[in-house]
Design a protein around this ligand. Sequence first.
Ligand SMILES: Cc1cc2nc3c(=O)[nH]c(=O)nc-3n(C[C@H](O)[C@H](O)[C@H](O)COP(=O)(O)O)c2cc1C
Length: 438
Amino acid sequence: MTKYDELKTTIAGVEFKNPFIVGVGPPTKNAEKIIKIAKGGWAGATTKTIIIEPTKDPSPRMAARAVDGHLFAMENIELLTTFPMSDWEKWIKRIKAEAPSDFVLIASIMGTPDLETWDEPLKVSQEAGADMIELNVSCPHGSPEHYMGAYIGQDPDLTARVTKHVKRDAKVPVIVKFTPNVTDIKPIAKAANEAGADAFTLANTHGPVIMGVDIERAEPIPSVRGFSSPGGMSGPAVKPIVLKLIAETLQVVPDAQVFGLGGVVSWYDAMEYMMIGARAVESVTGVIWYGTGIIENLIDGTLEFLKSHNYSSVQDVIGKAFSRLKAHSDLSFEKWASAWVDPEKCIACSRCIVACRDSGEGALYVDTENMVVRIDIEKCGGCGICQYVCPTGAIRMVAKEEAEKMEKEFEVSPISVRMQRYYSKLYEGIRPCYPPIL
Ligand SMILES: Cc1cc2nc3c(=O)[nH]c(=O)nc-3n(C[C@H](O)[C@H](O)[C@H](O)COP(=O)(O)O)c2cc1C
């Protein structure tokens, strides 16, 4: 696998050949799967959570939701590893022997507030050769009722106690994996940092949630012989929450070394995480849905983006959007922006017109002569939603003067040409990217 210097990153002094790691979950449930990940070009992987007493899983244990045919959220009621520590001891050694030498293996471990329960998972993992240790103080289902997971991670003092205890014997960097299910992440980030955490993973699954109800059977999903139990939510739906949590962590721990995790299915998601301040990015649900081969999209898309935007490496983009966050009251309240419909991308489907008619100012209309949507710039209230309901990525928000200038230069191809262009793009293959980049 080719190596690219521009993709290198470091977290807590550990070098990653690229910023892409498979996070904890089914794709990292055993040695065989992790070796495949390592040989496939990922820079690292985090083991399924290792614990003294392995857990049992119900079936089925995953359920997902889609909108417009695109999966956007998943719930799982899976627990931790189902294998004993003796297996992990062998597997970690095997992974270190068979994976490329620059592959970073992170061991995820879990214990209770009884600090000694962390000792054996730590000892076994690091003596077998794990390069980093991740503390799972964040599972939202199945663990909190046993005083583990999010029970610990929701409490700054408990998080600090566990971190300090593990740091005492750790010979490799220690990552604390946060739960997003908190009112305020800042005291927890501060406490973990002061207790000596070397890095942070944001975040574990959200909730617990109820993913939905099978209304034919009147059963919540996933239905385990007719019954369900709330579980952790993951996938693209959680990314906006995690982006905010990373920003808040960086506000209180400015040099925090952060792994961004939640909803990464394409290079675009990864770039968003890095721009907000993550130094590397992990994916679990993306790998479950689309396979370990998404590494190609992550690497190729990132390289292409860096090149086309004249960034010399991912280091140039890390944190670039962080300084663009402000208090709401400090934003501009000028009426400066208007929607602009790129006529060459518009297929006159009118979804924008409906949104603008019923929630905006009714500024969009069909130019029937050209079969294209156009905008009344003066009328546009600048809310911005039309660009997201547009299925072809034809609409963007620009300064009103710019919209007026482009309106004067208006020219458009026949609708048949635009439709054909749109459909040929659709058939280029699965495009898991949500943002309008068609
Ligand atoms: C089926 C499944 C099992 C998971 N098991 C674990 C686990 O054992 N330990 C852990 O720390 N996180 C676990 N996670 C959480 C993921 O590591 C990750 O934090 C979360 O799914 C958000 O990332 P994603 O949207 O890329 O999936 C699991 C997630 C899924 C979907």
